[in-house]
Design a protein around this ligand. Structure first.
Ligand code: N01
Length: 545
């Protein structure tokens, strides 16, 4: 007997939001403030997204606290007090919980609930189309708009090492760190992964472990943080001009106002270049360092100057010249893999209980019950730590079974690489919005600023649709293709696509190699998004579905 498809007669909520990290939390606030009904689902048993899951020791943001915070509420901005220049993970989590308390957002957030699927139904009986969203608790909710705020770096990756199952000790991925913490005292620990995360967690492990073995496949560039307490007098002085500062940030390239020289490295006397890099090295921070000159990320010759400066700092920090040379990154432009920040990573290799293991020249062969075997040696280990990264940008979207018009899966629509218009919406997926999606500046910017910009744009779009009597919106295929071509043209004028990084999906076997972040800067990108809206959502089809 054929069972009739049950179609909901009414839509439960106006907006479903996936995730309750920085994006989802602000989306709840923004949509509710616009008079919309909103339901957010969060897989974790707490809010915070990336800052909830990545609770490994040493986790800290490399964007300064004053920038890595919401700007939507001047009152919040004034009353919250950051304790350090760069915020540590527990403090960011406290901040986000404070925001949820202060703005009474909890009633709209369902924890412990993963969104498993979302499908667009053009005819729900309401005559307007809606998304049917399924969740891990077996629930179903319908919504006019589906907002994916699932994070750019959510789907973590554990390498498929032969024999890992046989390992007798515990192993951990930094993105699922046990909330109760891990005691490494007196233990021999193997760390795999030397990206931003590995570089942060390593010194913390080395401080307590009997021995830390750092298994390095690719050496990474790291600039100092020069982290320090945010003194009250400095904070008060800064806060007196916070609004003005935020306005500058919005127009800036990275979402953080950076004072650069505005000149290329290659036009400057070499001694001036060395002096300026030395000053910025001393001051700490990756953005002012790479932003000192205009050609660092577009000219290989200019980039080589910076890379050699950084290698010299490694050589003067690490006592053993052979270890120092192994730590010196080569083979890709500095900045084309995410620049790391640390005050103590390189110096850690001077500790007698730390060894650097080169798994580029002698790769890991297998894990055995008592440790790791490489092509040249064996290492007896009590525990393993993976800081091996994420299926970035698309991983969290593909983890849900998202189906657009005609039941087309997002995974199929994006099989050759992510396709979006402005990084905020995708052709064939009506009334679906992506917060910091592929095709927007996202991971190449101060994420909190980019999140606010996207959420506000989407909120204004929905309000406009309703006030103008439109029921659906989705990008026109031609506008989307032109946008992605533009994104690619901008990227190809830089050194970024040269590296095998997660930016191009190179860390995930079989993932199409596509660079999908928009590199023309936050200010110009915002202007483009605003112009599209002002022109009645140019490039979007209205009421098509
Ligand atoms: O991940 P990654 P991450 N065998 O992909 C290695 C943000 N973040 O978690 O380069 C051996 O960068 C891999 O080696 P290789 C930030 O945006 C921010 O560190 O592929 N090694 C690499 O060394 C960052 O970029 C902050 O050769 C393997 C490492 O694992 C992003 O998150 C802090 C391997 C993965 O590095 C991701 O950073 C932390 C294998 N099979 C994170 N597979 C701050 O704000 C992978 N690797 C400071």
């Amino acid at each position: 007997m054929e069972v009739a498809k049950e179609e909901p007669a009414v839509v439960d909520v106006d907006v479903v939001v996936v995730g309750a990290g920085f994006s989802g939390i602000y989306a709840v606030y923004a949509f509710r403030s616009a008079g919309l009904t909103v339901q957010a689902f969060e897989a974790g048993d707490g809010i915070g997204g990336t800052w909830f899951w990545n609770s490994y020791p040493g986790a800290r943001c490399d964007v300064e606290s004053k920038d890595y915070s919401y700007s939507f509420s001047p009152e919040l901005e004034q009353e919250w007090s950051w304790s350090e220049r760069y915020p540590a993970q527990p403090e960011i989590l406290r901040y986000l919980n404070h925001v949820a308390d202060r703005f009474d957002l909890w009633p709209h957030i369902k924890l412990n609930t993963r969104v498993t699927g979302a499908s667009w139904d053009a005819d729900t009986g309401t005559g307007t189309g809606a998304w049917t969203v399924t969740t891990s608790d077996g629930g179903t909710v319908t919504a006019r708009y589906f907002v994916a705020a699932a994070g750019c770096l959510s789907e973590f990756q554990v390498p498929d090492l032969p024999g890992l199952d046989s390992f007798e000790g515990p192993w951990y991925h930094t993105a699922r760190w046990p909330k109760e913490g891990v005691d490494f005292a007196g233990k021999r620990i193997g760390l795999i992964g030397t990206g931003s995360t590995g570089i942060q967690v390593a010194p913390e492990i080395a401080a307590v472990a009997e021995h830390l073995y750092v298994f390095q496949r690719t050496a990474n560039f790291a600039v100092p943080n020069r982290n320090r307490p945010w003194e009250e007098a400095e904070e008060l002085a800064f806060k007196s001009r916070y609004r003005e500062y935020r306005a500058q940030a919005r127009e800036s390239f990275l979402g953080v106002p950076i004072a650069g020289t505005g000149r290329p490295v290659l036009s400057e006397p070499p001694e001036d270049v060395q002096r300026l890099f030395a000053e910025r090295w001393q001051a700490g921070g990756g953005m002012p360092f790479l932003g000192a000159y205009t050609d660092v990320l577009v000219s290989q010759e200019a980039n080589d100057v910076v890379a050699e400066f950084m290698r010299d700092r490694i050589r003067e920090t690490v006592a053993d010249p052979a270890v120092a040379e192994l730590l010196c990154p080569r083979g890709y432009p500095v900045g084309s893999k995410r620049l790391c920040q640390s005050d103590d990573y390189y110096a850690m290799f001077n500790q007698p209980n730390v060894s650097l293991v080169d798994i580029r020249s002698a790769p890991v062969e297998s894990v055995y019950p008592g440790g790791i075997k490489t092509e040249s040696d064996s290492y007896e280990l009590d525990a393993l730590v993976f800081a091996t990264g994420f299926d970035a940008l698309t991983g969290a979207l593909f983890a849900m079974d998202i189906r657009g018009a005609g039941g087309v899966p997002l995974r199929s629509a994006w099989a050759a690489g992510a396709q979006s218009y402005l990084g905020v919406a995708a052709a064939g997926f009506p009334n679906m919005f992506l917060i910091t999606g592929p095709g927007s500046p996202s991971v190449f910017s101060n994420m909190v600023l980019s999140i606010e910009q996207h959420v506000e744009w989407v909120r204004d779009c929905v309000v406009w649709l309703r006030s103008h009597g439109h029921t659906t919106i989705e990008p026109e295929a031609v506008a989307q293709s032109a946008w992605m071509e533009h994104v690619s043209d901008v990227a190809n004028a830089t050194l970024f696509p040269k590296a095998d990084s997660w930016y191009v999906g190179a860390n995930i076997p079989g993932k199409p190699r596509v660079f999908t972040s928009y590199l023309a800067g936050c200010g110009p990108y915002r202007a483009k998004c605003d112009a599209v809206a002002a022109a009645g959502y140019e490039g979007f089809a209205l009421d098509k579905a």
